[in-house]
Design a protein around this ligand. Structure first.
Ligand SMILES: [Zn+2]
Length: 110
């Protein structure tokens, strides 16, 4: 399964998991051919702290979180910096109000 297919699957799953009103997220991981994720975190309307640890034996492929209340599906500079700092190759942002989820490559991470 290529990275595009993995991220498409991730977007599909994340769509149904977002909460209204507060940021929500988790690390998306791959173990062999299986897409899985780390611990779910819920924050406040403008911030969430995500546990970036993957389940044992899995590797991170994307940092996912929601942007409630704004409709802004672009990752912030802080979002991209955080992913780069952890060596995570993609950032995915979701909009809980309409269920959109979009993934972006993180510059500077292979
Ligand atoms: Zn963000």
């Amino acid at each position: 399964m290529g990275q595009q297919a993995e991220l498409a699957q991730m977007e599909q799953e994340a769509r149904n998991m977002m909460h209204q009103g507060v940021e929500y997220g988790y690390i998306v991981c791959r173990k062999g051919k299986v897409i899985t994720h780390g611990r779910e975190s819920t924050g406040d309307p403008t911030h969430v702290t995500i546990d970036t640890r993957c389940p044992a034996g899995a590797r991170p492929i994307a940092l996912f979180h929601s942007h409630p209340n704004t409709g802004n599906i672009q990752p912030s500079d802080v979002d991209l910096r955080e992913a780069r700092r952890h060596g995570i190759p993609n950032v995915c942002v979701g909009i809980p109000e309409d269920g959109r989820v979009k993934c972006y490559k993180v510059p500077g991470v292979a």
